[in-house]
Design a protein around this ligand. Sequence first.
Ligand code: BGC
Length: 610
Amino acid sequence: MDDTPFVHLWRILLISVVVITAIVVVVAFMLQSKPSFPYEDPRLSIDERVADLMSRMTIQEKIGQMALVEKNSIKRSVDIHEYALGGILSGAGAKPENNTRRGWREMIGEFVAASRRSRLGIPILYGVDANHGHGNVPQATMFPHAIGLGATHNAELIERIGEVVAQESLALSTHWIFAPSLDLPRDIRWGRVYESFGSDASTVSVLSAAFIRGLQSEMIAASAKHFLGSGSMVWGSSTNANYSIDQGLVLQNEKALSEEYLPPFKAAVDAGVLSVMVGLGSYGDSKLSANRYLITDILKNEFGFEGIVVSDWYGVYDIAEDKYEAAVAGINAGIDMVMLPYEYELFTRDVRRAVENGDISEERIDDAVERILRVKFALGLFDAEPAQTLALVGSLEHRALAREAVSQSLVLLKDAEVLPLKTETIRVAGSAADNVGIQSGAWTVEWQGIDGNWLEHGTSILQGIREAASSSVEYAIDGRFEGGRADVGIAVVGEKPYAEGWGDNPHPRLSTEDLAAIEQLRETVDTLIVIIISGRPLIITDQIEGWDTVIAAWLPGPEGAGIADVLFGTKPFTGTLPLPWPLSIEQLPLNSDDIGVDGTTPLYPRGYGL
Ligand code: BGC
C-alpha cells in the first residue's frame, strides 16, 4: 500500500510515543537509583552516612530507633513508621501464622516495608533467637545446642555452623541473631546451661568468637549475651517468682570479674561482634541493665565496643517500679536499644520527657542512635537486598553439617568396649529414643520445645540406629522385651525440653520412668549402653556402676543419625566434656577450678572423654 500523508502522520506519532516513553522510563530509573540524600548513597563511608542521617533526624525519630518491640505488641502497622521503631523481635520464637519459610520471609518483609515508609525510610532490625539454627521454622537446619558444640571443641566447625545459620536466617529476612551465649554455667540446676559452649572462660571465648565470625561473615549481627556473669548466679536468688536461679544474683567478685566473666566479652568485641545483650540478673547490688560501670566504663570505653548494647526482655523496666526512672537509669547506664518489649508509646514519651528535663543528655541519645545506625548500615539494610533462595533453608548440605556436628559432640564417659557395633542383636528403650522433640530441646519451633515426633525432616535416634544396623533392632519405650536375650541394649534417656528459668531444677536427674526402662532393659541384654540426652549433666552417681557404656549426647537436634554414625563406627568418638560432670547436688556450684562448695571433685572433670 502506498504511503498516504495520513499513514505518515501515524508513523511520526508512534515514533514520538516510543521515544517519549523511553525518556520517561530512563528518567524515572535515574531518579529512583539516584540517592536523594547522601545517607542513601552506598558509595559513601558508613561514618559519612550516619552523620548525614543523624543531621536530618528529629529527637523523636532518634528515640524511636532505641525501641526494640516484640512483634505481637505492635498495635497498628502504621506505628512502625509513625514511631520510627528501631527494631522488632520474635520474642520466645513468636512466629507468623503461616510458619513456613515463605511465611517468615513475608512477615519480616512486611515489617521492613512498614519501617521504610517512615519520613527518612530507616529500616528496622529484625531479631530472633536462632541459637541452634533458625529453630522457629520447622524446615530450617537445626544443630546441636551450644553445649554439644562446646563438646566438639572444634572452632572451625562452629564457625562454619555460624555461616550456615546466618545464610538460612538471611534467606528468612532476619538480620540479627540473639546468640551466642557467653555464659559460664557453674551450677547444673540452672535451666540455661545448654545455651553456652561450656563453663570455662577461655574455651567459651574461642568458640564464641568463631561462631560470631561465622554469623557476621554473612552480614548478620550476632549478639554476645548475657552480659555479665550469667551462670554464676546464687541458687534461690532469682527475682522472677517462677524461677529459682535464672535471672538471679551474681555476687560481686573482682577476681572472677576480670578472670572469668569479662574475657569472653572482650574476645567477642575483638572478633567484631555488632551487639551485646545485657542480662536480666544482678551483679552485686545493681541490676545489670543499670550498671554504668560495667556497660559504659568497661565494655564501651575500656574494650572499645562500638556496636549496640541491647537490654534483655523487659530488663530495663526491671530496674525500678517507676518506668520513667527505669528508662532513665538504663539509658544512662549505656543501654542503646531497649528490648521493651511492649509499651513503645510510653517509652518514647518518657524518654522525650527525660531529654527535655535534662535527665538524659542529647549526647547520650546521639551515641545510642549512632551505634544503631552504624550497625544497620554495616549490614547493608539501607541498600538493595541480594536475592536469597529459600531452598537454602534446611538444604541437604546444611543438614549433613548438622549430622557431622552431632557425631563430634558425643562424649564417651564409660566404655565396655562393645563399640563400634557390628552384627549384634539390639534392643532400644527409653523416653528419648524415638522422640525428635526431646532430642532437639527447647527453642525448636516452640520456645519451650515440643515433646514428640513432629519435625518433618527429623530423624530420631532409634531411626538412625535402624538405618545403620545390619541386624534386628527391637524397640520398647519401657524396656520390656519378651523372647530371650539380645546382645546389646541401648537406653536413650534424658530430659524433656525446657527453656530459661522453666528449666531451673533443684535436682537434675533421670526420671523414674527412664530409670525403670533401663532396669527392665538390663534384664534381657548382655551389654547395656546408656545414651543421655540432656541440656546439662544429670546426677547419675548412684546408677552408673550398673551401666556398661555411657555416652553424653547433649541436645543433638533433629539429625539423630549422627549418633548412629558413631555407634556403628563410621565416625570416631572425639568429644570431651565442656563442663565438669558433678558428683552430687551437695557439691553445687563448682568453682572455676571445678571444685565443689563442699570441697569435693566432680564425677568426671571438664575435658574428660574416652
Ligand atoms: C532471653 C534472651 C532472649 C530474649 C529474646 C529473653 O527471655 O533471656 O536470651 O534473647 O528473651 O527472645
